[in-house]
Write a protein of this length. Sequence first.
Length: 104
Amino acid sequence: MDSMIDKIRAAEQQAEDIRAQAATDARDMAARAREEAAERLTAAAESERQKTREALAKAEEDGKLLSAQVLSAAREGVAREEAAAREKLPDAVAYLMERVDTQV
């Protein structure tokens, strides 16, 4: 039969084993939590990079579209001004010819 001292020693050893196991479990849990946090952070960063790439591509496409619209409007304006100038060209030439004739 075990003596009371042997029972106390066994209980103390069991308590020490439980504390050691708890410390090991806590370290393992903390390590897993850090790994999971790092994985989530990496995934979030990649997701944000992808969103940024998509936004940049959309902005570039929108910029090209807007640029084309601005250039088209500018070309139309230039064409209208050119047509108006061409209409006035005969009058301008006649005026200049008249001025040259009166100067000579």
